[in-house]
Ligand binder design. Sequence first.
Ligand code: SF4
Length: 448
Amino acid sequence: MPEPEKSTQDQNDETEINLSKAMPITASLDETIRFTYKDVMETEVDKRYFLRRLKKELGHGKINFDVEMRNDDFFLKFDLAGSVFREEEIISVFKRFLSELMNARMWNAHTGRPMMYIHEKSGIPLIGHTAFGIIVRGTNVIEVRPISGCPLQCIFCSVDEGKNSKSRQMDYLVDPDYLFQEVQKIVEFLGPRGLEIHLSGQGEPTTYPYLAELITRLNSIEGIEEISLQTNGILLDEDGVLALEKAGLTRINLSLNCLNPRKARALAGTSNYDIEHVKKLIDIILRTKIKLHVSPIVVPRVNVDDMNEIIQYLKKMGLGRFYKAPLGIQNYLIYPLSRKVKGIKPWSWEEFHDFLHELEQKHAISSLILDKKRDFNMVKRKELPKPFRKGEVVMAEIKALGRIKGEILAVARNRIIQIIDGKKKVGSTVRIKIERTKNNIFTGRLIG
Ligand code: SF4
C-alpha cells in the first residue's frame, strides 16, 4: 500500500498563504514583482527588497520568505523555523506595503500609463478638468468621471484612448469617498430633486474598481433619480450587471458600432474586442430593470450600412424593452486631439441629419434625432459659480502632471486649471492667464 501523501508542511517544513484569495490581486514574477490590484491598479517592486521587507516586518529576522505564482494566484511561502504568526498579521502587513508601493508608483493596467490616485489630501479639487472628477454644465445632469483610461482604442476615439495613445501621458483614479463627498456638495447646491448622475469619462468607467460601491452610495442621496453609465460593455458580465442593478444603476448607454466581428474589432482597434460578448450583454441588460440605450458612432464610408443591421438587430431584440430612446446614433467628429480615421471627412450636421431621416423612414422608427429634454429629461439648472473670469491673471500651484503630453495641472480657488505646454515643476507657484471658463472647465497659459 502506498504511503499517504504528505502535506506541504510535512515535506519541507514550509507553509504558504494565497494572497490572491485574501484580496483581489494578481502578480507577475521575475527579478521584479508586478502586482495588479482590482484588475486596474498596477505597481512593482524589486523581489529581493520585497522579501527583505517582509522578513523585517514579520519574521523578526528568523523566518525566510519566498513568493510563487500558481494558477494565477500569488502565494507567499515561508518556513516555520522561527515563530508562528497569524494569517491576518501577514495580510495586514502586505496590504500596508502594497498601498505604500501604489502611492509611490502606480500604472493603469489597461493603458500602461502612470496613474495618479486622487484623494481628499492630494490637494487636487474635482472640478475643472475633463478627464476626472465632476462636470456640471448648467443642467440637472452631474457628470461623474471616476477614472480615465480605456482597454479599447477605437479608430475614431475623441479622446485618443487606449494603450497606443499618442497624446495621453497620464491616467487618474479618484478615491470613492472623496468623489462621493464632492458630489454631495453639488447636489446640495443644485437642490435635491430631479437629478441624474452620469458616469462617464475619458475612457471606460467600468474599469473603476469601486463602481458598484460608488453607485450604491450615490443612490442613497436624496434627489438623485437616475444613475446612468456610459460603457463599451467589454468588462461587464452577468454578475457585473446584476451587481450594478442592485447598487441602483438605472440606465446603461452602450456603445455598439457594428455587428460584424471582424469589422467590430477593426473599429475598436484591438483583437480583444468581442462583439458576441456585447450582444450577450444586451440580452442580459434587457432582463434587468436597467434601461438600455445603444449609442453607435457612424463614420462616413466605414460603418454606414452597419447602422441598418444594428437597427434590425435591436428591433429583433424588442425595441419596447429598451429605454424610451433606444438608439442614439452619433456623428463622427474630429477634435484637435482625437484619433482620426485616415482619409475620412466627417459629415456636416446637415448630412448627418439627412442620414438619420433616411434610416427613420427605411425602418419605420421615429426620433433618431434625439432631444435632450424629451429623451433624457435634461433640464437647465443654475450654474456653478466660476471663481475666475476669462482673461484674469491668477496665482496657482502646480500639483500634478496633466493628462496630455506637455500638460500640467495647476490648482487655485478650489479648481483645477489645465496648462498645455507648461514646463514647470510640481510644487512651484505660477502666474496663469485664464483662457477658458465654460462649464467650470478651466484652461490657462503661464505668464511672466
Ligand atoms: S470605447 Fe470609448 S473611450 Fe474607449 S477607445 Fe473607444 S471611443 Fe475611446
